[in-house]
Write a protein that binds this ligand. Sequence first.
Ligand code: PLP
Length: 364
Amino acid sequence: MRDRHLYGPGPSNQYPEAAAAFAAPLLGHLDPEFLDIMDSACDGLKTVFATDNRRTLPLSATGSGGMEAAFVNTVHDGDVVVVGVNGLFGERMCDVAARCGATVVRVDHEWGTPIDPERMKKAHSNPAIIAAVHAETSTGVESDIAALGEIKGDALLLVDMVTSIGGIPTPCDAWGVDVAYAGSQKCLGVAPGLAPFTINDRAFARRVEHPRSWYLDLGLLGGYVGEASHKQQRTYHHTAPTSMVSSLSAALRAILAEGLENVYARHAEAGRIFTEGVREMGLQLFAADGHRLPELTTVKVPADVDSAAVRRYLLDVHNVEIGGGVGKYAATVWRIGLMGHNARPDRALQLLAALKDAIDHVRR
Ligand SMILES: *Cc1c(COP(=O)(O)O)cnc(C)c1O
């Protein structure tokens, strides 16, 4: 297998433990051994989400499926949902919430800046839900979720933690997060295809009884995971993607064995080394100072450099994938990830050298 797509925010940052579990012989979805693995994955997710929520599980869906599950189960027709938008994924939240019947109150922020809690508070006096993206992957910006927890009032706080989980702290209970979803393929270092999900009792009690989605109905998913006290009582809902769950479980075990604080420190260190190196190369950063994600650095493409040519060269010559920008920044920003297993100083240095070589090559 080629050691390719090492760095991009895609299926590129897999922990070796996750890869080994994924490649192991298949287990049946009702095999008791698999049910133990599912339990261990749910427990691991509780630790990473830092929550006591018993409804914490990996949904068989990608991160976007997690987003859909979050809204379709909590938005009643006409509910006011205040959405902070500072990038692509905030925009997607608006679309999904509206399709679930929400009256969306959109609070737009300049891309590259964090969500402003004061503006979110002033946007509506009594919203049902306040929603925001913790780590905006389209811009490389972290928003202050704890501050949203402080201003949420009676509203549910619904948070996208797709790119934060496993890379920076995501203490849901301490921050007052009621519903959160994530993805397996970013800092958790697993293949794409699972959406870690957590919902507290308060949000579950307010849920939509018969949401418009059958597959994502959390009421039906209850018997599928740990809520059933005996494994024999588990009800069939859908066939769990067993290899994916095994892989996630293995990654979580590796992460917790390393220690969450150490994992976060490793991401921070790799991000710091990469950011400093980028600056030394004379390049400029896109995301606002003080709000940058260590796991995803956004770099402005120099005016005399063709963004696509650099990305192509990195892929062809260095087997490294970086992302282009999103929307109007497609050709003017690079999005460069150091996530999961890639969040290491040696890989940060390797990535810097590759980027420098690619830019020099394209300039020649
Ligand atoms: C990647 C991402 C998603 C979507 O996840 P998919 O697995 O691609 O569906 C949602 N939100 C954020 C912040 C992301 O980075």
